[in-house]
Design a binder for this molecule. Structure first.
Ligand code: THU
Length: 134
């Protein structure tokens, strides 16, 4: 299993695949599963802007697309080349709140600053399956 620094390094490698001709803001993500697999994600922009996919959603969707589910996801690193350490956008927080465990470590880095958090911290008072399925 990769440690925090190694998973962040994987996310920076994933960031090289970022397709961001509009914002020129590059984001990468790396997700580790219990059996040691790493799924990369990058932000993939679109001329319609709204069809853009964020890096962390790309990584989580890749893991799910390959059969993994929240109980097998061990950690997620999200990195950017921004000046400030950035947290996931609101849409990504909503997606992560359903697709990873509440206490799964989320590592954020911009190469200078790094922090560790989780989705329970990032998204309080969550709207989710419990509200919809009655
Ligand atoms: N972006 C991400 O990939 N993840 C986030 O959580 C924040 C935003 C991307 C989307 C877009 O391609 C660029 O960053 C600027 O918003």
């Amino acid at each position: 299993m990769l440690n925090k620094e190694e998973l962040i390094a994987e996310a920076f490698k994933a960031m090289e695949n970022s397709y961001a001709p509009y914002s020129k803001y590059h984001v990468g993500a790396a997700l580790q599963t219990a059996d040691g697999k790493i799924f990369w994600g990058a932000n993939i922009e679109n001329a319609s802007y709204g069809a853009t996919n964020c890096a962390e959603r790309s990584a989580v969707f890749a893991a799910y697309s390959n059969g993994y589910r929240k109980d097998t996801i061990r950690a997620l690193a999200i990195v950017s080349d921004g000046e400030y350490l950035a947290g996931p956008c609101g849409i990504c927080r909503q997606v992560l709140s359903e697709l990873i465990e509440q206490d799964t470590p989320i590592y954020l880095s911009n190469g200078r600053d790094t922090m560790e958090t989780n989705i329970a911290e990032l998204l309080p008072l969550q709207f989710g399956m419990k509200d919809v399925i009655r």
